[in-house]
Design a protein around this ligand. Structure first.
Ligand SMILES: Nc1ncnc2c1ncn2[C@@H]1O[C@H](COP(=O)(O)OP(=O)(O)OP(=O)(O)O)[C@@H](O)[C@H]1O
Ligand SMILES: O=C(O)c1ccc[n+]([C@@H]2O[C@H](COP(=O)([O-])O)[C@@H](O)[C@H]2O)c1
Length: 221
């Protein structure tokens, strides 16, 4: 009798990225970072987590409504099937702590056995030791960090004291921030004038239709 061989290869571990942000608004720097992560980490999917109540930003200023920020992300990612809009922070109450999101997503049956990556720009990597339950977060995800504003991924003193898994993402510099975009729009720039270098066309159309970031009031719907 011939020896039996198994035709089934071992199940491949799914690689899932989380990319959180206020996305106020989402811009080409976000998209570039996400594309680099897809390619360099070999992700099966990348979930864009729109912050419901970004507690560190809410203290400083009023944000655009979460529904608008999520709608803009949906438009910015629509052409890439591995990108998904993750709404769990919008559906929760209270401050949006990333560790709570990781708890929630890793507990879902579809996540069993997956390998998780958390994407960050250098500014948030430097800031990570201010996050809620951050040492625990480091046990639960591998960090994937991209340079920003000429600053390469660099561990802060507090982070350096805690072992963590880190992938450095190679990313061409994209000198765009949501702050600079809001300032330009508030100063009277049209959203379409920011396409394609700073905003995706569909996002710019949404900004104009909703009257976001201008002093004129938004039209309903
Ligand atoms: N141009 C960029 N290059 C690299 N990383 C970026 C860039 N823009 C944003 N990121 C990263 O994307 C994540 C979400 O960023 P966020 O939504 O706060 O955008 P932002 O442009 O930093 O906004 P704001 O100017 O309002 O602070 C963060 O980890 C941030 O570091
Ligand atoms: O968990 C925290 O305490 C925490 C503190 C600051 C920022 N974050 C997350 O970091 C991501 C980027 O935040 P921001 O403020 O740069 O848009 C977003 O997903 C936030 O929810 C998370």
């Amino acid at each position: 009798m011939p020896a039996t061989t198994s035709s089934s290869s071992p199940a491949r571990i799914r690689r899932i990225g989380l990319f959180g942000g206020s996305f106020d608004p989402v811009h080409v720097g976000h998209r570039q970072l996400a594309e680099c992560a897809l390619a360099q980490l070999g992700l099966d999917e990348l979930r864009w987590v729109v912050a419901g109540q970004p507690w560190q930003k809410e203290r400083a200023r009023e944000l655009a409504p979460a529904a608008d920020r999520a709608a803009m992300v949906a438009l910015a990612i629509a052409d890439e099937p591995r990108f998904r809009l993750e709404r769990c922070e919008l559906d929760r109450s209270g401050p949006s702590y990333t560790i709570d999101t990781v708890d929630q997503l890793q507990a879902r049956p579809d996540a069993a056995g997956a390998q998780w990556f958390l994407l960050l720009g250098q500014d948030q990597y430097a800031n990570l030791a201010t996050w809620h339950r951050w040492p625990e977060l480091l046990q639960r995800v591998e960090l994937a960090v991209a340079a920003r504003d000429g600053q390469p991924p660099r561990t802060s003193a507090a982070l350096a004291a805690v072992p963590h898994r880190l992938s450095v993402l190679a990313m061409p510099p994209v000198a765009v921030s949501s702050t600079a975009l809001r300032t330009a729009l508030q100063g009277g720039a049209s959203a379409r004038s920011l396409v394609p270098d700073r905003l995706a066309a569909a996002v710019a159309q949404y900004v104009e239709r909703r009257g976001l970031y201008h002093s004129t009031p938004a039209r309903p719907g």
